[in-house]
Ligand binder design. Structure first.
Ligand code: ZN
Length: 539
């Protein structure tokens, strides 16, 4: 299926070409030359902003991995200095003028220039709407609130966080106000993460998803629970790391352009196309943590390592949206990494690495253990079926807070009610309730959680499209080979960076707009077999 927005762009380019041909050649050449000089100047300015961002990311990576504790105060200041310099450059009126001057000639320039100008404009217009004093206040509150949260969560002290969270909520509303008019106060926050999505579109999607998911979860919970005791025990940490490293290298994560370290919270970070790093966490008593965190972050990294070299250093040179990024981590972690075919190849290797733990465990028992579904309190420990319910309840509470239908001080009760409604259990305290995620306490309220579920939905859509194009992919994976899948993802998703909008990219890659059908079909098929569920109703 063709993408209508691409057709529009091509028609436009043809139109511009016809108009130019009527001009005298001398003038056309001069115009083109001056546009190309301006484009080079635009690239130079954007490269400086990119470099300051990459330097800041390296400082943050070092902070999370190897920096001695004594480095913290100076590191915070150094990071803030780099962010300030990058912000100054990204709101420079000269940059805005350059974008304005290039806009009418975008289509006559080299391939990719139109996208570069579009994305540079989107970033510039967002940046200039946010006053510097707001950025400073948000940074100060973010660090103070994060710091308070690291103490309040273990102490189960939600009241200590109420003043911070109230201020966070005010700041989130103030931020949205910079982008007024909007239909819903959360729209600007959602658009930052996932261009083209709105509160209304996420609500519609989540409503439809809940209608499908809830009966699946209910049917699973009526079955005997899976036994995942084989994943707990005592696993040498170095051996876990070695195994995880070998798996992601096999998947195609390029260690000559990356590295793997351990941190408390796993992440993926990019300094350039030649340096995309991942971190993981290793728990001696739970092998699932290292395995699936490493697969997840490697999924993010494969995307970043696969972005086309020509986009390097420009705002086009990274993943297109939070949701599409998350789809790549989820695809490798869940669609591939929790599949039976994947473990047909890797399980004998895992048994050799951990003979005491797995020698007596069959592949089938291991496969059931890594796909255990259970109602749980903690989002980050949730299985792939119930995970989305955790996201939906956060999304609803965020909207209630932003719409002032819910006061911050009543959040704990609202959380308990929502947990009861969505997952049928109530946390014994706020530590495992509304204090569990850092997002609201460090980054503000709204626009963060929905992307995880978009990622889950899209992971299935991309995977189905890849297998449709290359039906041999599942057989390849059973042999521990990933070349065909990776090539399809590179061609359809990775290489494009931000060249297309998220919706264009999804439609171009899969032949249809974002759809939850492949995801629901995947869950029904996989968990229907695992938990012997009755067949889905027709219609
Ligand atoms: Zn992720």
């Amino acid at each position: 299926m063709t993408n209508p927005s691409l057709i529009r762009r091509n028609n436009h380019a043809r139109g511009a070409g016809t108009a130019k041909a009527a001009r005298p050649p001398g003038k056309r050449d001069r115009n083109r030359q001056s546009a190309e000089v301006k484009l080079a100047e635009l690239r130079r300015r954007l490269l400086e902003i990119n470099d300051l961002g990459a330097a800041g990311a390296l400082l943050a990576w070092d902070h999370a991995t190897y920096m001695p504790a004594g480095g913290a105060p100076a590191r915070a200041r150094q990071g803030a200095t780099l962010r300030r310099l990058a912000h100054e450059k990204s709101v420079d009126p000269a940059l805005g003028r350059l974008i304005d001057e290039l806009q009418p000639r975008a289509d006559s320039l080299a391939h990719g220039a139109a996208s570069l100008i579009r994305v540079a404009r989107r970033d510039f217009e967002k940046a200039v709407k946010v006053p510097p004093d707001y950025v400073a206040r948000a940074n100060t509150l973010g660090s103070a609130s994060y710091d308070a949260w690291t103490r309040a969560r273990p102490a189960n002290d939600f009241p200590a966080m109420v003043p911070y969270l109230e201020e966070m909520l005010d700041l989130s509303r103030e931020y949205a106000g910079f982008f007024a008019p909007y239909e819903h106060v959360a729209d600007p926050l959602i658009d930052d993460a996932d261009e083209g999505m709105t509160t209304a579109s996420v609500r519609r999607l989540f409503g439809a998803l809940a209608r499908e998911l809830v009966p699946i979860v209910r049917a699973i919970s009526e079955q005997p629970p899976a036994d995942d005791r084989c994943l707990r025990g005592k696993f040498a940490e170095a051996a876990q790391l070695d195994f995880s490293r070998a798996v992601v290298e096999r998947m195609g994560y390029d260690f000559t352009r990356g590295r793997l370290d351990t941190t408390h919270h796993p992440f993926c970070t990019k300094f350039s196309a030649g340096d995309v790093r991942i971190t993981t966490r290793v728990y001696a008593g739970d092998i699932g943590q290292a395995l699936f965190s490493t697969l997840h972050e490697a999924g993010h990294a494969l995307y970043e390592q696969g972005v086309g070299a020509a986009l390097e250093g420009t705002p086009l040179g990274s993943g297109v949206s939070a949701g599409v990024h998350e789809s790549q981590s989820r695809l490798w972690e869940n669609q591939i990494g929790r599949s039976a075919g994947f473990w047909r190849h890797f399980y004998p290797r895992l048994q050799r690495a951990f003979p005491d733990q797995f020698a007596g465990v069959t592949l089938d028992a291991f496969y059931r253990a890594i796909n255990k579904v259970e109602h749980s309190l903690i989002r980050t420990d949730a299985d792939e079926v119930t995970y989305n319910l955790h996201i939906m309840l956060r999304f609803e509470l965020e909207l209630e807070l932003l719409e002032a239908r819910l006061a911050v001080k009543h959040l704990p009760e609202a959380w308990r009610e929502a947990m009861q409604a969505h997952l049928g259990l109530v946390p014994p305290d706020d530590r495992d309730g509304c204090l569990q995620d850092v997002h609201w306490y460090a980054g503000g309220i709204g626009g963060a959680f929905h992307s995880y579920t978009l990622g889950n939905i899209l992971s299935a859509q991309f995977h189905v499209a890849a297998v449709k194009a290359h039906p041999q992919i599942p057989q390849e994976i059973e042999r521990g080979e990933f070349g065909m899948l990776r090539a399809w993802l590179t061609e359809r998703v990775y290489q494009h960076g931000r060249t297309y909008t998220p919706n264009e990219l999804i439609e171009q890659a899969t032949g249809e707009p974002m759809s939850m059908r492949p995801y629901i079909a995947y869950l029904r098929a996989k968990y229907g077999e695992l938990y012997r569920l009755p067949p889905a109703p027709r219609g």
